[in-house]
Design a protein around this ligand. Structure first.
Ligand code: ADP
Length: 441
C-alpha cells in the first residue's frame, strides 16, 4: 500500500471519529442545558413550598424556636432560611458558599419576610440510557468508517494490481491490454492515462509492422527484377540492352529507397540548416525542368509560376520539401490532369506550393499522412506507391527551415501542399520542433 492511500485512509478515519465526537458533545450539551433548566424550575417550586410551610409556623412575633422542630424535617442540606423583621434577623441551615448558583423563594410574614435559598447543582449527570445510546452511535459510526475504508482500500489495491499486470503485458509487447477508468478518482485517472499510452503504442507498433512489411516488399520487388533480368540476359531470353536498361532502373529504385531511409534516420537528429542566399525562382525553374519528363510520361500537364525572390535559407531542404510534394503529385494524379508549382511572397513569408487536380485526400487522413509510415488504403494499392516517408521527411525539413507545411485538399477536388517559410527566419531550437497548428504541419 502506498503513502497516499495510507494517508487517505487515516483522513477518512480521523474525519469519522471527529464527527462522532462532535455529535456526542453537541448531544451532551443539549441534554445538559435542558436538564439544568428543569432542575431550576423544580428547585424554585420546592423552595416556595418550604417557605410557605415555615411562614405558617414562624409565629407572631416570628421566633426561631417555633421553626426548630421543622429544621430536620423540611430544610435540606443545601437550603438556607433567613427571617427578617423590624426587630431582628435569624437564620436556619448552613450558610451557602459564595459563587454557587442560587435560587430563592420569599414569602411575607407578619412584620417581615421569610426567604428560602437553595444552591443549584449545575453539574448534570446525563441519564445512563443516554450514555448507552451515545456509545452505540459512536460504535456504529466507527464500524461504518472502518467498513468503508476497507472497501475503498480493497478496490484501490485491486485496480493497482490490475494496472501492474497490464504494464507487465505491455513490457512484453502486448499493446492490446487496457485497464479502464474505474475506482477512486486518482486511480481512475491513472487508468485512463495508461490506456491512452497503450493505444498510442499499439498504433505505433502497427505502423512499424506495416512499414517493415512495405519495406520488405519495396526491397524484394527490384531485387527479384534484377536477378530475373540478369538470368534472362545470361540465357539470351532478352537482349543485353533491354536487360541493362531494366537493371539500371531497378538499381535506381533501390538507391531511392536507400536515400529515403537515410533521410528518415536523420529526421530525429538535430539538423543544422546551412543558410545561404537562395534564388527561389531558380529553384522552381530547376524543379520544373527536372519533373517535365515525369509529367510528360504520366500524361499530366505541369506548369510553374514563381516570383523573383531571394531567401536566406537552406537550398537543399527547400528542394527536399518541394521534391516530395511534386513526387506525390505525379504519383497520385491521373493522366489528363494538371500539376502547378507556385512561388510567391505573402506578407513576410515565402510560400512555395504544389497544386494538383488529382483525387484529393479525405479529411480523416489529412492529419495522419504526415505521420511516419502512414499511407492511405488507396495509396497502398498502387503499384508505384512510396513508403509513407515522403511527407514525414518534408515536415521535418520544414521545421528545420523554421517554417511549416499547410494542406488544402478535398476528395475529387485535388490537393495543394504549401511550404511556408518566414523571410529571414532562423532555424528553430531543438525542442521547438513539432509546434504546428491544426491544419499546419
Ligand atoms: P508515400 O511515399 O506513400 O507517397 P508520403 O508520406 O509522401 O508517402 O504520403 C503519405 C500519403 O499521403 C500517401 O500514401 C498518399 O495516400 C497521401 N498523399 C500524399 N500526397 C498526395 C496527393 N498529392 N494526392 C493524394 N494523396 C496524397
Amino acid at each position: 500500500m502506498n503513502a497516499s492511500s495510507t494517508s487517505l485512509r487515516t483522513k477518512v478515519i480521523a474525519v469519522g471519529v471527529a464527527t462522532a465526537i462532535v455529535a456526542l458533545m453537541v448531544a451532551f450539551f443539549i441534554v445538559g442545558s435542558l436538564g439544568s433548566k428543569s432542575n431550576l424550575k423544580n428547585q424554585r417550586i420546592e423552595d416556595m413550598a418550604t417557605a410557605k410551610v415555615l411562614a405558617s409556623h414562624v409565629g407572631t412575633p416570628p421566633m426561631l424556636v417555633n421553626l426548630d422542630s421543622f429544621h430536620q424535617l423540611l430544610i435540606a442540606e443545601k437550603q438556607h432560611v433567613s427571617v427578617r423583621t423590624a426587630s431582628g434577623t435569624f437564620d436556619l441551615g448552613v450558610p451557602i458558599e459564595k459563587g454557587v448558583a442560587l435560587t430563592d423563594a420569599t414569602v411575607a410574614i407578619k412584620g417581615g419576610v421569610l426567604t428560602v435559598t437553595s444552591a443549584i447543582d449545575s453539574s448534570l449527570d446525563p441519564p445512563i440510557e443516554f450514555v448507552y445510546v451515545a456509545l452505540a452511535v459512536l460504535l456504529v459510526v466507527l464500524a461504518s468508517v472502518s467498513i468503508a475504508d476497507r472497501t475503498m482500500n480493497r478496490e484501490t489495491r485491486e485496480r493497482v494490481e490490475s494496472a501492474v499486470r497490464a504494464a507487465e503485458r505491455v513490457s512484453l509487447g502486448d499493446f492490446s491490454v487496457r485497464v479502464g477508468g474505474g475506482g477512486p478518482e486518482p486511480i481512475a485517472r491513472l487508468g485512463r492515462a495508461f490506456d491512452t499510452m497503450a493505444t498510442r503504442l499499439e498504433s505505433f507498433d502497427r505502423d512499424q509492422r506495416e512499414f517493415l512489411a512495405d519495406l520488405a516488399h519495396e526491397v524484394a520487388t527490384p531485387i527479384q527484377a534484377l536477378s530475373g533480368f540478369a538470368q534472362a540476359a545470361l540465357d539470351g531470353t532478352v537482349s543485353k540492352d533491354v536487360a541493362q536498361s531494366m537493371i539500371e532502373s531497378q538499381t535506381s529504385r533501390l538507391s531511392e529507397l536507400l536515400d529515403e531511409l537515410t533521410q528518415l534516420r536523420n529526421i530525429d537528429a538535430p539538423y543544422n540548416a546551412e543558410r545561404e542566399d537562395v534564388d527561389i525562382e531558380e529553384i522552381c525553374r530547376t524543379l520544373y525542368q527536372e519533373f517535365s519528363t515525369v509529367a510528360h510520361d504520366a500524361g499530366v500537364v505541369l506548369d510553374y509560376q514563381c516570383e523573383h525572390m531571394s531567401l536566406r535559407t537552406d537550398r537543399r531542404l527547400v528542394e527536399t520539401v518541394l521534391r516530395n510534394f511534386l513526387t506525390n503529385a505525379f504519383r497520385y494524379t491521373p493522366s489528363g490532369e494538371s500539376v502547378s508549382l507556385r512561388g510567391e511572397m505573402v506578407h513576410d513569408h515565402a510560400v512555395l506550393s504544389v497544386r494538383d487536380t488529382g483525387p484529393g485526400i479525405a479529411p480523416e487522413h489529412q492529419q495522419r499522412i504526415f505521420d511516419r509510415f502512414y499511407r492511405t488504403e488507396e495509396a497502398r494499392d498502387r503499384i508505384s506507391g512510396g513508403t509513407g516517408l515522403g511527407l514525414t521527411i518534408a515536415r521535418s525539413a520544414a521545421f528545420s527551415l523554421g517554417g511549416h507545411i499547410e494542406l488544402d485538399s478535398a476528395i475529387g477536388r485535388g490537393s495543394t501542399f504549401r511550404l511556408v517559410v518566414p523571410m529571414g527566419s532562423e532555424a528553430p531550437e531543438p525542442g521547438e520542433r513539432g509546434g504546428s497548428e491544426s491544419m499546419n504541419h
